[in-house]
Design a protein around this ligand. Structure first.
Ligand SMILES: Cc1ncc(COP(=O)(O)O)c(C=O)c1O
Length: 347
């Protein structure tokens, strides 16, 4: 592999910047399991405010935030509706079944869920059916290519869910990307959902951490669930400081990542043998022709050998994610390599 790689596998690959490291090094800390870490408390307060909620809880990962949310919203044996392709269905190692003990049912298309689809998925209230308890939306939606779910669509879904007696969690791992892309405050993206989680370790560039927000009661119960899952952390202000730094310095710049994603899509436009899903934010999905010379796995291996790292997202689908360590020049290089690799195929 070339010594210089351009890593487009995920926005989770970013390393803390010197400024972020300095903030971490000077963080005031305490034992957060005792509720005594002032930096964690500040981070939780700031994110709760940004999302217009009463309280927040710092957790180690987006996965833990989702799993705590599922346990807040449903009991063992209950059913939870999720927007098609949801992270908690695809990428959490079956934790919804294994830990939260809930059955997930996928509805909607490309991350969008309509009131009719919610209504149509409700189980009859009889002893032999699971109880449909909650709905999980994801914004932006990872498997739909970082798709922004419009606030009006979210609003209609949350409203329909509430009217049907369900509660709603928004997996907002990349909610700040949606906010920047839409040009609306994060709380508008979060809408009226009961709980919302955001990740600090994706586009925001912190090394670790997510925050789950909701009512004070949600957060009190979530603290217990976090401890039960082994997520109680001690002098973790060193990590919360990275999150605070990211809130101050890395939100507005997400627009650069969106520009870079568009530049990649444009750089690949018209390339024979592949098609690109136009990106809303920082995720670009590239589809190889199923009757072409190679599948996504083979293509990712060839690209890796040329220093371009991509994720395999399906048999013929690749994912490229832009982030704060990727420049527009890197994008031009990456697009050039992909085009080059396609050349013998279409010659
Ligand atoms: C939409 C979404 N939710 C949740 C997660 C989980 O985050 P973590 O990797 O911190 O567990 C991810 C991770 O990529 C994600 O894309």
């Amino acid at each position: 592999m070339p010594s210089q790689t351009i890593d487009l596998r995920s926005d989770t690959v970013t390393r803390p910047t010197p400024g972020m490291r300095a903030a971490m090094a000077s963080a005031v800390v305490g034992d957060d399991v005792f509720g005594e870490d002032p930096t964690v408390q500040e981070l939780e307060r700031r994110i709760a405010d940004l999302l217009g909620r009463e309280a927040g809880l710092f957790v180690p990962s987006g996965t833990m935030a989702n799993q705590i949310a599922l346990q807040l919203h449903a009991r063992h044996g209950d059913e939870v509706l999720v927007a098609e392709g949801a992270h908690c269905l695809w990428y959490e190692s079956g934790a919804a079944a294994a830990i939260a003990g809930v059955q997930l049912v996928s509805i909607g298309l490309d991350g969008e869920v309509t009131p009719d689809q919610i209504q149509g998925a409700l189980r009859p209230r009889v002893d032999w059916c699971p109880v449909t308890r909650a709905l999980v939306l994801e914004n932006t939606h990872n498997r739909a290519g970082g798709r922004v779910i419009d606030p009006s669509v979210c609003h209609a879904a949350v409203d329909a869910a509430h009217r049907a007696g369900l509660t709603v969690h928004v997996d907002g791992a990349r909610l700040f990307n949606a906010s920047v892309a839409l040009g609306v405050p994060p709380r508008e993206v979060a809408g009226e959902a009961d709980t919302v989680s955001v990740c600090l370790s994706k586009g925001l560039g912190a090394p670790v951490g997510s925050v789950l927000v909701g009512t004070r009661d949600h957060v009190r119960d979530a603290r217990r669930l976090r401890k039960r899952m082994g997520g109680g952390m001690r002098q973790v202000g060193v990590l919360a400081a990275a999150g605070l730094y990211a809130l101050d310095h890395h939100i507005a710049r997400l627009a650069d990542d969106h520009l870079a994603a568009r530049a990649l899509a444009e750089g690949l436009a018209g390339c024979p043998g592949l098609s690109v899903v136009p990106p809303d934010t920082n995720i670009v999905l590239v589809d190889l022709r199923p009757d072409g010379a190679f599948d996504a796995n083979a293509f990712a291996c060839m690209a890796r050998a040329r220093g371009i790292l991509l994720s395999v997202f399906g048999e013929f689908r690749l994912r490229a994610v832009t982030h704060l360590e990727v420049s527009i020049d890197d994008i031009k290089t990456a697009a050039g390599v992909v085009r080059d690799l396609m050349r013998p195929v279409v010659a």
